[in-house]
Design a protein around this ligand. Sequence first.
Ligand code: TYD
Ligand code: MG
Length: 451
Amino acid sequence: MAKISAQFVCAECGAAHRKWSGRCDACGAWNSIHEEAPVASGPKGPLAKGRAITLSALDTEEPPPPRSLSGIAEFDRVLGGGLVPASAILVGGDPGIGKSTLLLQSVAAFARRGLKTLYISGEEAAAQVRMRAQRLGLGDAPVRLGAETNLRDILTTLDAERPDLVVIDSIQTMWLDSVDSAPGSVTQLRAASHELVTLAKRRGISVILVGHVTKDGQIAGPRVIEHMVDCVLYFEGERGHQFRILRAVKNRFGPADEIGVFEMTGAGLAEVPNPSALFLSERGQPAAGSVVFAGIEGTRPMLTEIQALVAPSPLSNPRRTVVGLDGGRLSTILAVLEARCGIPFAGLDVFLNVAGGMRVSEPAADLAVAAALLSAREDVALPADCVVFGEISLSGALRPVAQSENRLKEAAKLGFTTAMLPKGGKPGPGAGVSLREMADLTGFVGEVFGA
Ligand code: TYD
Ligand code: MG
């Protein structure tokens, strides 16, 4: 095998490069490549014996150990129905978004339900963690605390305490004395995570690693260790909004793309069991450019408001500003509107936003985006009791999307009476919502805006 001589590593994605460059070819991040100490070469001497077993020969008599529930329903659902014993979970997010708060609350909830838990903070002193816990009303929860950054000490503690669950906050502050680079570097992050995950699997301890997402590349981001863990959760939210969304992007034990919605309050994070109602609560009278999209997040239907503003632009290159949706998708929809329906947006600034700080990534939002853009451009409001969903293809045809029935049920539950959707989706009885089905975008424009 060729000897690995690469010593330059991207702190964002972990890609190895032979020489330094300003931009990482693998992930496109700027100024994230740093020199790292060479990785120690593999084991020397004769090959050790491995052991393989036949799948069918596995002892199936023993039922798998049960998952543990924290009782925080939003958290349990994102995990895929509770915490799997001996699993490794990564919780990533921007600094200050509320990761420590979320995990302290979860750990306390698990502890109160009888799990042996250990919370190790590398950022705060034990007294500070205790103060925070008291402020969150968790002062009496039987959680063991540790303030450590040296991994050797932590591994010893784990071996001695044998908890069911350990939280490491954050993995970027941990360092192994056998690795010759600074805490937070790619090499340290990888080595520390590897040690923790291996020990956890061997001892049957579930481990939750907290990872800061970094913009400047000074410390390595959690993407570097995503492949090592069973479950990757991102905690996200817009600054200035109270809502926080815990999103599963990888889960070996449950559905990915599942989300949990929380609200940051003065007393910590509160669960939001009915997010649709919350996201639509600030909606006033029907306004031009505002459309309610009936979406699905993971296994759960969720209604969100999509807002568009279209205004004449003083710029030769008009603005396209998007919050909460994919900018590329907006360009595609604008191009389809222009090419297939003859509605140009040239010379117009376009602003698109998902209300409440939600992020929508489903293609099913296409039709709602197009409706919001048209409504804003024509200055015509859609009926207030109407939801919209459907995918737009490049030909201008509307494609039915999955789970129409669930979307309609949620809309009916929140008092909506009409839905605009693609033809042929077989949405079932429609849950009492009257359906306006359309085959293509031109038909939609004609029927809704009379153009
Ligand atoms: P924190 O959990 O420390 O963030 P992270 O670990 O992701 O860096 O949360 C920090 C923010 O949360 C801080 O700006 C204050 C806010 N906060 C509240 O609004 N209410 C609370 O009860 C707590 C504990 C924090
Ligand atoms: Mg923190």
